[in-house]
Design a protein around this ligand. Structure first.
Ligand SMILES: Cc1cc2nc3c(=O)[nH]c(=O)nc-3n(C[C@H](O)[C@H](O)[C@H](O)COP(=O)(O)OP(=O)(O)OC[C@H]3O[C@@H](n4cnc5c(N)ncnc54)[C@H](O)[C@@H]3O)c2cc1C
Length: 597
């Protein structure tokens, strides 16, 4: 049975020492989040994930979901009870507004909990995960009546939510969408069409399912400018809030898929289902983007989460598995062979995952705090910077954390040799589960295009310039600190490569957009390396301070500093390669005639 221990201590280092949460005491909800309270909350969350969610991961994968002849869906044994424990613990509404029954705590705590949940059981975690996205969309774009009708039930977890964008002929290009909405004349619409790949579209965990559905109102313009968003409950809700008759929406079938078997991926048929407009007509994508942005960050967290749990299992195995002798002589001469963790290649592999995980976690905590500032700060200037960062960092977090999350799950599987390929060890599941995160919520190639095509130039490049200035200023401030030299110099070099790549796009991609398209994925990864490098530099600085304070943490901080050095020496140099790839441009890529492929 795979192991999992939530990295609470590492998170507390981030929240106490690297990005002190106490500095944000002026934001609503933060005054209650004292370090002790935060630690207690996360320890509770860790317990739920380690003791309730994780033990159901392998069995949920093996059993999967079943669609019954009446169209209902049964989730794997134990999932319903585990979900009920999650809801009863108040986790769904941890950061949701108090007026609808939430706890109003910082959303960064929710982001951290998402990591623990996704590591322990990705498939199970998606049921509440999508609900939280739907809650966010309704808070921002729902009418007062819609908020009163749906939010309290969703926040207490008795109703769940979904997002319905994809149709058989359109995923990325939602402008092709065909689902129709015809006004019923009473303020509601009749929704008809087929949506595919709908996560948590049907299941047995909640009394009602609140579908957020993109559809085109009769007579609306073609393309993305004619798409509207509707709320379509599985059971209609009566005036008094109780459940009424079944709506015209049903699960036609479940997909058989590579991973996340415990999550029901449904084909949803809408046959004149009653729905109500959310936000303005023909501005549905705008409203859905609230949910999509929440979900993109959450999917980035899923990538990190799979990397973390796969790493923990690989380390346990590498300390236990005896094969061969150390190159420098036996380290455990009393044993028939040394554990494989003595071998440099094994250590290199494990360290590359560890160095990613710790920086990735810092990245999501930093982004989570920016998310809180963007939504809660009353300081206009501070809010603008945070909003800019959220826009800029969302595709980076989604694309980079999931690409590398999958790579790392494969690397961790490799540590098991042939045993990693055998299902019972659980490593195969981590690889299969991690794969989807690169695809849904906008495939990673699309994230890269979003970064290069939309986010870089937005507001005259304000967001990217602010980020360059922030990292540049950090490097300058700490350039004289000998103890940080090993971190600052490589970061500075990486930042230089990123700036050169950005300049290259400005000079070469305006007139020739294929240059941007061909270099986008490399640029996203170059950006990711600089962000992760910046996280390492900040962690190294905090670790030096903490080490100097004593308190028996020297060993832990030394390990932190060493991991950061590994990142700077062995991973950061990739920025040069990425820059070189970008600046080759699109000519060779685009020269190949279609028929020659
Ligand atoms: C398990 C699972 C769960 C899902 N859950 C949901 C859900 O809950 N709700 C929902 O609405 N959808 C969901 N999806 C759908 C998912 O979001 C889409 O599959 C994804 O957005 C890609 O769309 P597509 O499959 O139609 O691929 P396509 O859009 O056909 O893309 C195919 C490939 O072409 C590339 N491509 C397309 N256009 C461009 C372009 N302009 N430039 C460069 N490259 C391009 C893409 O990157 C991709 O690699 C889910 C999918 C799966 C498999």
């Amino acid at each position: 049975m795979p192991v999992y221990k939530a990295p609470v201590e590492d998170v507390m280092f981030l929240l106490n020492d690297v990005f002190p949460i106490e500095r944000h005491n002026n934001l609503p909800g933060f005054a209650d989040a004292t370090p002790d309270t935060v630690e207690a909350i996360l320890a509770e969350g860790a317990k739920l994930c380690e003791e309730v969610f994780a033990p159901l991961n392998l069995s949920g994968d093996q059993e999967g979901c079943t669609r019954n002849p009446d169209g209902s869906v049964t989730t794997p044994k134990g999932f319903r009870e585990a979900y009920e424990a999650y809801a009863a613990g108040g986790w769904m509404g941890l950061a949701a507004p108090e007026e609808f029954g939430g706890q109003g705590l910082p959303s960064v705590l929710n982001t951290i909990m998402q990591e623990f949940v996704s590591s322990s059981n990705l498939a199970l975690g998606m049921y509440p995960g999508l609900t939280q996205g739907a809650i966010a969309a309704l808070i921002e774009h729902g009418t007062e009546e819609q908020k009163r009708t749906y939010l309290p039930k969703m926040i207490e977890g008795t109703w769940t939510g979904t997002m319905n964008l994809t149709e058989p002929h359109c995923g990325t290009d939602l402008g092709l969408l065909k689902t129709k909405a015809v006004p019923n004349g009473d303020g509601s619409y009749a929704i008809s069409g087929t949506k595919i790949f709908i996560s948590a579209g049907e299941h047995d965990m909640a009394e009602n399912i609140v579908h957020l559905v993109l559809a085109r109102i009769d007579g609306a313009p073609a393309g993305t400018k004619g798409i509207s968003l509707f709320v379509v409950p599985k059971f209609l809700v009566k005036e008094d809030g109780s459940l009424g008759e079944r709506n015209g929406v049903s699960c036609g079938s479940l997909e058989h898929k590579m991973g996340i078997h415990g999550n029901a991926t449904a084909v949803m048929n809408y046959d004149g289902a009653r729905g109500w407009l959310v936000g303005e007509a023909n501005r549905g994508l705008n409203a859905m983007f609230v949910m999509m942005n929440e979900a993109r960050l959450a999917v980035g967290v899923q990538g990190l989460a799979q990397s973390e749990v796969a790493y923990q299992n690989a380390v346990a195995y590498a300390k236990d598995r005896l094969q061969g002798r150390s190159l420098t002589g036996a380290k455990f001469p009393d044993k028939p062979a040394d554990p494989i963790i003595v071998h440099p290649d094994v250590r290199r592999t494990l360290l590359s995952i560890k160095a990613f995980n710790e920086a990735g976690r810092a990245f999501i905590v930093w982004t989570g705090l920016n998310n809180d500032i963007a939504h809660r700060s009353s300081d206009e200037a501070q809010r603008q910077v945070a909003e800019d960062y959220m826009g800029l960092m969302t595709p980076v977090a989604k694309g980079v954390l999931t690409d590398l999350g999958f790579d790392n799950a494969v690397k961790a599987q490799q540590m098991f040799g042939g045993h990693g390929y055998i299902e019972e060890w659980g490593m195969s599941q981590f690889v299969r589960d991690a794969r989807i995160a690169m695809i849904y919520e906008g495939a990673n190639g699309i994230q890269a295009m979003d970064l290069v095509g939309r986010k870089l130039g937005k507001d005259g490049g304000r967001a990217v310039m602010t980020f360059f200035n922030e990292v540049g200023a950090f490097c300058q401030e700490n350039a004289g600190d000998e103890s940080l030299k090993a971190y600052i110099a490589p970061l500075q070099q990486g930042l230089g490569h990123l700036q050169q790549a950005t300049m290259w796009f400005m000079q070469n991609a305006m007139a020739k957009p294929d240059n941007a398209g061909a270099g986008a994925t490399d640029y996203m990864h170059l950006f990711g390396l600089v962000v992760l490098g910046y996280m390492w530099a900040r962690m190294a600085k905090a670790a030096q301070v903490k080490k100097a304070e004593g308190n028996g943490v020297a060993e832990k901080m030394d390990a932190k500093l060493l991991t950061g050095r590994f990142f700077m020496e062995r991973m950061m140099p990739e920025t040069a390669t990425r820059l070189a790839l970008i600046t080759t441009g699109a000519d060779t890529t685009m020269a190949m005639p279609v028929e020659a492929f």
